[in-house]
Design a protein. Structure first.
Length: 258
C-alpha cells in the first residue's frame, strides 16, 4: 500500500513547498483521505482514478479542494464521486459549502452519465470498505466531531489521526493492530502556543511526546503531519530537541510504501 501527503503550496521557484496549509493523503492513487488540496496538487493519474473521498472532519483545510475537485471533473465523470462522511459532516457540507451561495449543490446535479456526487454515511467508530481498503474510523478529540482512521489493504495498515488534541481510543486501536506499519499524527503548534493548541484542540511537540507514551513499544515509524506553516521551523526544531525515537516529519509529496 502506498500513501502520499499531497503538497498544497509552491515555493518561489514553482516547486512543491513544505508549507502545509491544506491536508490530503492519497492512498494507492485511488482513495483520498480529506480533500484540502485534492484539486490543486493531485497528479493526472490520481485525478483520473480518485472517486472516493473519506473525510476526517469539515474544517476548511480538510475540504477546501473538494468543491473544486468535483467542479473539475463534472463533465467527465462516468460514476459519482463518493464522499464518505458522518451525518454531521454531510449536513455541514450541504448547509455551508454546497448551498449555491458558496458553491453549487452538486448532489442535485447530473451530467450525461448520471449523478456526480453521492454521500456514503458512516457512524464514528465503525469500519467500512472503500474500494480495496478497509477504513476503521476512530473518534478523536477536536473542536468539532472528528475521526482518525486505521487504513488497511488486508496486508498492512497505517493509522492517521486527523486533527486532534489528547486522545485515547486512537492509540488503543493502534496498539491492537498487529499489521500496523506507520502512524501519521498531527502536531499543529509549537510548545509556546500551548494555549491556542488547547483552545483549538491540537497537539504541540510536548503533548505529542506524552501521547506517544500511550502507543508503547513499537517497531514502526511515527510521522508528523499538519504542522501550521507559520510555525513549521519551530515545531520541527522542538521535535528534534525532544529526541523522540522513530519520529520524523512526513515528507510532503513523497510516496511512502508499506
Ligand atoms: Zn480541524
Amino acid at each position: 500500500m502506498r500513501y502520499q501527503l499531497l503538497p498544497s503550496t509552491i515555493d518561489e521557484d514553482g516547486r512543491a513547498s513544505a508549507r502545509q496549509h491544506l491536508l490530503t493523503v492519497v492512498v494507492d492513487d485511488r482513495v483520498a483521505k480529506d480533500a484540502g488540496c485534492l484539486a490543486l496538487s493531485c497528479s493526472d493519474a490520481q485525478r483520473a482514478q480518485i472517486r472516493d473521498i473519506v473525510l476526517t472532519h469539515t474544517h476548511l483545510d480538510h475540504i477546501a479542494g473538494l468543491p473544486l475537485f468535483i467542479d473539475d471533473l463534472f463533465g467527465s465523470l462516468t460514476e459519482p464521486i463518493t464522499i464518505h462522511a458522518t451525518v454531521d459532516m454531510i449536513r455541514a457540507l450541504e448547509r455551508d459549502i454546497f448551498n449555491w451561495t458558496i458553491y453549487p449543490r452538486f448532489a442535485e446535479l447530473r451530467n450525461s452519465h448520471g449523478p456526480v456526487v453521492e454521500y456514503r454515511e458512516f457512524e464514528e467508530g465503525t469500519s467500512f470498505q472503500v474500494k480495496h481498503l478497509s477504513m476503521k474510523s476512530i473518534s478523536v478529540n477536536h473542536k468539532v466531531s472528528a475521526n482518525g482512521y486505521l487504513v488497511s489493504d488486508g496486508k498492512a495498515s497505517f493509522a492517521v489521526t486527523g486533527d486532534t488534541a489528547e486522545t485515547d481510543d486512537f492509540w488503543a486501536t493502534c496498539r491492537a493492530a498487529a499489521d500496523l506499519k506507520a502512524v501519521l499524527v498531527e502536531c499543529a503548534f509549537p510548545d509556546e502556543m500551548a494555549d491556542l493548541a488547547k483552545a483549538s484542540f491540537h497537539l504541540t511537540p510536548s503533548k505529542l511526546a506524552t501521547e506517544l507514551e500511550k502507543l508503547g513499544e513499537r517497531d514502526f515509524p511515527v510521522y508528523v503531519i499538519n504542522i501550521k506553516p507559520m510555525y513549521r521551523a519551530q515545531v520541527v526544531q522542538q521535535l528534534t530537541a525532544a529526541k523522540l525515537d522513530g519520529v520524523e516529519v512526513l515528507e510532503i509529496g513523497r510516496v511512502y510504501e508499506i
